[in-house]
Design a protein. Sequence first.
Length: 150
Amino acid sequence: MAGVLPLAACGGGRGGWNGPVQCAPYARAETGLRLSGAAAGWWRQSAGVYAHSRMPAPGAVLVFRSTSRLPDGHVSVVRQVRGTRAILVDQANWEPGRVDRGVPVVDVSRDNDWSAVRVWWQPVHSMGKSVYPTYGFISRDLPQRPSPDA
């Protein structure tokens, strides 16, 4: 397993082996979303409370699924939409202990639905090779509800 380093923890606590800067508290502070705990749990926790989408929008939170490399998942805040398959995000602890702004993320999903992404990896100055599964985007908007007249 040499050379394979799990990405920074995003458990939403007061710090882990990577120090006090973690993605979940950072995203919560940036967006005002009232969600807590591990980043991967934000999708389920936000259901029925905040809007879910497969399309990025500035201020929305991209929620990464839990994987072996991201056991607690990850969350990033969309800064700018640059096209149908490219966004810039602000995020904490993708690189351990750092807050990074304007980080490129690209949709590499088969159906152009942001269910799989690649993220810029600053240490090599290019897009990372790993593909990460995501749930989609959470926004502060209220969830779509059927009209009482329907």
